[in-house]
Unconditional design. Structure first.
Length: 174
């Protein structure tokens, strides 16, 4: 598992990921915002609209992030390159477009978005995998991830087979 280049890689974070982080914070398990200053991160105006729509603007510190503009030409270029691209909502499309241009990592818990990213060779990680990388980099602790796994299991957040795999991966981290 590669470590995260905290000082240079741009993270683009989707609404679903923020929602799941907010759940962990609300359950007093982990507050993702506590490590955000270690990263360059951003969002697009379409993602900001979703953040406001879902009332996540009380949780997401958008004033600490980069607003990534995306042009209509960038969206049209990706639509021509990939027929499925236009089936995604505007927030997802703009995240992908910004990630392609900036060579950024998308943090998403939206499985269809993650699969689309794979098809376009855009790196994307789900929250549990991102947390495992944070543990490897010394930015998160194993007990926090264990509590998160229990929370996700109790709430049916992820598939059982994935939870089992992540538990196993946690055991191999020092």
């Amino acid at each position: 598992m590669k470590t995260l280049p905290c000082d240079c890689m741009l993270l683009l974070i989707d609404t679903c990921f923020w929602n799941h982080c907010n759940e962990l914070s609300g359950a007093n398990i982990w507050d993702f915002r506590s490590i955000l200053s270690k990263f360059r991160w951003g969002y697009t105006s379409a993602v900001l609209d979703e953040i406001k729509h879902y009332k996540l603007d009380r949780y997401v510190p958008v004033d600490q992030a980069l607003l990534m503009p995306v042009t209509q030409a960038e969206l049209l270029g990706l639509q021509k390159r990939d027929a499925l691209f236009s089936s995604f909502d505007l927030a997802d499309q703009t995240l992908i477009a910004a990630a392609v241009r900036e060579q950024a990592l998308i943090l998403t818990d939206d499985t269809p978005l993650q699969l689309e990213c794979m098809g376009l060779n855009v790196p994307a990680l789900k929250l549990p995998v991102f947390m495992l990388r944070l543990i490897k980099d010394g930015l998160a602790e194993k007990p926090v991830f264990s509590r998160s796994l229990r929370f996700w299991e109790e709430n049916g957040r992820y598939r059982k087979v994935d939870l089992k795999r992540w538990k196993k991966e946690l055991q191999f981290l020092q």
